[in-house]
Write a protein that binds this ligand. Structure first.
Ligand SMILES: [Zn+2]
Length: 158
């Protein structure tokens, strides 16, 4: 009876041994959390990119809607005379050209975002498309869709 009780007490005390093991496991835990941070960071980039993709797609839809509305008003205007509102027509043309330019840059941007998402899936995210070196983290944080490192980007622009 007394022995049983002793065993019970001892097994109850077991968790206290944790304190001793703590020092040993701390470095292991640090390595693990570092790996998780990298994976978590990748998820953050993915989320950022997905949000950006949604935003750009919505922008494209809005431009398309505007273009469709403009076409409609064109058709309506063809019935009346254009000469009545030359200023309106000029500004309308300007707006449309602006939309076309915006649409092009939005599409270009969307392409970059989608290719960055594909790179995350392929596990090549953060690597420069031109030289293959890794793109600086700070650059990725500012421009998660960057496909070139700063050096290659500069070379391309100049
Ligand atoms: Zn590069």
């Amino acid at each position: 009876m007394a022995v049983k009780a002793a065993v019970k007490t001892r097994s109850k005390k077991k968790p206290k041994a944790k304190a001793k093991a703590k020092t040993g496991s701390r470095s292991a835990r640090r390595t693990r959390s570092k790996a998780t941070a990298a994976a978590g960071e990748m998820e953050k980039f993915r989320e950022q990119l997905l949000a950006e993709q949604a935003r750009l797609e919505e922008e494209l839809r809005e431009i398309e809607r505007r273009a469709a509305r403009a076409d409609e008003s064109d058709r309506a205007n063809e019935l009346s005379s254009y000469d009545d509102h030359p200023a309106d027509l000029a500004s309308e043309t300007f707006e449309r050209e602006k939309d076309l330019a915006i649409g092009e840059s939005v599409e270009h941007m969307l392409h970059k975002v989608i290719s960055a998402l594909e790179k995350i899936d392929r596990g090549t995210y953060g690597r420069c498309d031109a030289c293959g070196k890794s793109i600086k983290r700070a650059r990725l944080k500012a421009l998660p869709f960057a496909t070139l490192c700063l050096g290659c980007q500069d070379r391309l622009e100049n």
